[in-house]
Design a protein around this ligand. Structure first.
Ligand code: PBG
Length: 329
C-alpha cells in the first residue's frame, strides 16, 4: 500500500524500464506482405500506401534478400493479376506458370530459408473481385473451397511452405488439408484467416491489387456474406475453433488494432500460434497523419506494434516491417 508501494519506482530510469518490460518486438515477430506484379524492372508505389511497392520478380528477389539480411524470416505473397487473365473461377490461380507460382520459385531459389506463405483466395483472379465463385448474386461456398484446395496444392508444388486462405468460406481448411494429405504435402502448413472481418480498412490493399468487388448487377458489392460482422465477438471464437479442428496450424485475426479485444479473446481460448494482420488501412492512416505532421510516425508505429503483440499476437503481418528496422536498427 502507498507510500510503501510506489509504482513509479519501476519507471524511474530507462534501465529499470528495460528490465521489467513485458513486451519486446523483434524481426522474428514479423510476417512481411509483398505485392508481386508482372513485368521486368517494375517497382511501383501504391498510391494509398506510401513507400510500399508492387514488385516484378527481379525486384522481388532483391527485396527478399534484403529482408533476410535485415533479420526477417517470413513473407506473405500477393499477386496483381492483369484483367485479361481474370475470370469467375480463378483459372489463372492454378496455372503452374502463373505469377504466384513463379514468385514462390524465385524466392526459394534466391533465399531458400525464407519462409514463404501465399495468399489463397480468388479475389485477385476474379473478374468480380470476390474471394469465391459468383453465381446468381451469391458466393458459392463448396465449389470455391475445391478451387482453393487446387490453388493451395499448386502453391505447395511450387515450393510454398504455408498457404494462407483469406477467403472465409466455410470448411475450406479441411478441404485444403485433405488435398495436401492426398498429394503428399504433409508438411505444408495452413495459416487460416480465421476471424476476418468485413472491414473498410482493406481499401488500400484493394487498390494495390485492383481487387475490389465490381459494381455490376447481380454481383454483391461487399463481402459481408462471408467476412464477419464487426459487431460480433463469440462468432470469432467459433470460426477460430472450427479452423483449428479442420487442421489450421496458425490462426489469424484481421484487421489488427481495432480488433485487439478479439485477439486477446482468441489468445486465451486457443493453443496454436495467433497471427494478427495490421492491414493496409491501418498503415495508410498513420502514413497520412505523419505526412500532415499530426502524429509522430516512428513512436506511434512502435506503440501500435507493441499493442498488437501485448494483446496476444505471436506473429504480426505488417507493412511497417522495414520501418521497424529503420527505427530499431
Ligand atoms: C483478400 C484479402 C484482403 C486482404 C488480404 N487478403 C482484402 C479483402 O478481403 O478484401 C487485406 C489486407 C490488407 O488490407 O492489408 N482475400
Amino acid at each position: 500500500m502507498y507510500p510503501l508501494i510506489r509504482n513509479r519506482r519501476l519507471r524511474t530510469t530507462e534501465s529499470i524500464r528495460r528490465l521489467v518490460r513485458e513486451t519486446v518486438i523483434t524481426t522474428d515477430d514479423f510476417l512481411v506482405p509483398l505485392f508481386v506484379v508482372e513485368g521486368k524492372g517494375v517497382k511501383e508505389e501504391i498510391p494509398s500506401m506510401p513507400n510500399y511497392f508492387r514488385l516484378s520478380l527481379d525486384h522481388l528477389e532483391k527485396e527478399v534478400r534484403e529482408l533476410w539480411k535485415m533479420g526477417f524470416c517470413a513473407v506473405l505473397l500477393f499477386v496483381k493479376v492483369p484483367d485479361n487473365l481474370k475470370d469467375n473461377k480463378g483459372t489463372e490461380a492454378i496455372n503452374p506458370n502463373g505469377l504466384m507460382q513463379l514468385a514462390i520459385k524465385t524466392i526459394k531459389n534466391a533465399c531458400p530459408e525464407m519462409l514463404v506463405m501465399t495468399d489463397v483466395a480468388l479475389d485477385p483472379y476474379s473478374t468480380y473481385g470476390h474471394d469465391g465463385i459468383v453465381a446468381e448474386g451469391q458466393i458459392l461456398n463448396d465449389e470455391t473451397a475445391e478451387v482453393l484446395a487446387e490453388m493451395s496444392v499448386s502453391h505447395a508444388q511450387a515450393g510454398a511452405d504455408f498457404v494462407a486462405p483469406s477467403d472465409m468460406m466455410d470448411g475450406r481448411i479441411l478441404t485444403i488439408r485433405e488435398a495436401f494429405e492426398d498429394e503428399g504435402f504433409q508438411n505444408t502448413g495452413i495459416m487460416s484467416y480465421a476471424a476476418k472481418y468485413a472491414s473498410a480498412f482493406y481499401g488500400p490493399f484493394r487498390d494495390a491489387l485492383d481487387s475490389a468487388p465490381v459494381d455490376i448487377a447481380n454481383v454483391p458489392k461487399d463481402k459481408k456474406t462471408y467476412q464477419m460482422d464487426p459487431s460480433n465477438r463469440f462468432e470469432a471464437i467459433r470460426e477460430t475453433q472450427m479452423d483449428i479442428d479442420e487442421g489450421a496450424d496458425i490462426v489469424m485475426v484481421k484487421p489488427g488494432l481495432p480488433y485487439l479485444d478479439i485477439v486477446r479473446e482468441i489468445k486465451n481460448e486457443v493453443e496454436v500460434p495467433v497471427a494478427v494482420y495490421q492491414v493496409s488501412g491501418e498503415y495508410a492512416m498513420l502514413k497520412a497523419a505523419a505526412e500532415k505532421g499530426w502524429l509522430d510516425h516512428d513512436t506511434v508505429m512502435l506503440e501500435q506494434l507493441t499493442a498488437i503483440k501485448r494483446a496476444g499476437a505471436n506473429i504480426i503481418a505488417s507493412y511497417f516491417a522495414k520501418d521497424f528496422v529503420r527505427v530499431m536498427g
